[in-house]
Ligand binder design. Structure first.
Ligand code: ACO
Length: 323
């Protein structure tokens, strides 16, 4: 039986840091409000001209190096992103050419903040089926480009960044199981309702490109659905809560992360938290947290990881991984 396993991880954050104190100068907010409600202290913001593909490239190079895999060996490249460089070609195609992995299958997955977990699940299934042997899976975003910097309810939450993993075919798992869900009935709670087909709004700032969010409603559904998906993951694998070594959650809000940890009876010292330093980097958040966990020496080979994410759509999902 063929399985996929994580051979290497990488990540990249743009240099510029925007602190809560910096935001106090832009909108009517406070460091105290942001930290208490979200756990966020700072976020990174891409430089002018620096694109999602630029961030993805740095994360991908680091993951390839960690895995000891050459770009030319990659036979599948998937980028989870909601903020692609262009409408088309996909960011995956742009990245493929930059890395010199030309010829392999390459495409983007848009599942908002669940983009990386969706992309990881797709790549795992390609490898399990024998259709690919070495996959590069990236989550990359320049979400701050979508923000309305005069809207205090959203501009304090997000940041830019990218993370990547190289998956290789193996006789042992690896990715043990993945669980994906979506419910489009919730589309209006968290969205950016302009686009090529619907049209843009030239009379509005940034042509209407901005994040609209009913924060406290999103919060409630996020906690409920994440509870359900972690229970589903444990049940599908006949696992007890205590079997999980590390929870690697989507980094949107520390209170959502704490709620999931509580559901799993996990102390916070077994939960990877980067939201304080990165803010919500959407598809970038989970692979950034994973790479931090690996490079800081917290996550060790052989340990059992529970990865989860929740985002616009709504979309949500999990992955159980033997690292
Ligand atoms: N600074 C100061 N006050 C603020 C700010 C701010 N930045 N933003 C909102 N407020 C005010 C509101 O106006 C409101 O004031 P009022 O009571 O006078 O009306 C008050 O603070 C409370 O607002 P709520 O929205 O009820 O605050 P809540 O405790 O729910 O926290 C938050 C808001 C942090 C957004 C929270 O609801 C949350 O994290 N929700 C989930 C968001 C999320 O996870 N989204 C991402 C999924 S990711 C993706 O797919 C893009």
């Amino acid at each position: 039986m063929i399985h996929s396993r994580i051979a290497g991880t990488g990540s990249y954050l743009p240099e510029k840091i925007l602190t809560n104190a910096d935001l106090e100068k832009l909108v009517d907010t406070s460091d105290e409000w942001i930290q208490t409600r979200t756990g966020i202290r700072q976020r990174h913001v891409a430089a002018e001209g620096q694109t999602t593909c630029d961030l993805a490239e740095q994360a991908a190079l680091a993951a390839l190096e960690a895995a000891g895999v050459k770009a030319s060996e990659i036979d599948l490249l998937i980028v989870g992103t909601t903020t692609p460089d262009l409408i088309f070609p996909s960011t995956a195609c742009l990245l493929q050419h930059r890395l010199g992995a030309n010829g392999c299958a390459a495409f983007d997955v848009n599942a908002a903040c669940s983009g990386f977990v969706y992309a990881l699940s797709v790549a795992d299934k390609f490898i399990r089926s024998g259709a690919a042997r070495k996959a590069l899976v990236v989550g990359a975003e320049t979400l701050t480009r979508m923000l309305d910097w005069s809207d205090r309810a959203t501009c304090v939450l997000f940041g830019d960044g990218a993370g990547a993993v190289v998956l290789t075919a193996d006789t042992e798992p690896g990715i043990i199981s993945t669980h994906l869900h979506a419910d489009g009935a919730y589309k209006e709670l968290l969205w950016n309702p302009v686009g090529v087909s619907v049209g843009f709004k030239p009379e509005e700032k940034n042509a209407g490109v901005r994040v609209l969010m009913a924060g406290s409603d999103v919060f409630k559904v996020a906690v409920k659905t994440l509870d359900a998906v972690v229970e589903e993951t444990l049940a599908a694998n006949d696992l007890s809560k205590s079997a999980i070594d590390w929870l690697i959650p989507h980094q949107a809000n520390l209170r959502i992360i704490q709620a999931t940890a509580k559901r799993l009876d996990m102390p916070m010292d077994r939960v990877i938290v980067t939201v304080d330093k990165h803010g919500n980097t959407s598809s970038g958040s989970v692979p950034l947290a994973l790479d931090y966990a690996v490079r800081s020496g917290k996550v060790q080979r052989g340990q059992l990881l529970l990865i989860e994410a929740f985002g616009g759509g709504f979309t949500w999902g999990s992955a159980l991984v033997r690292y």
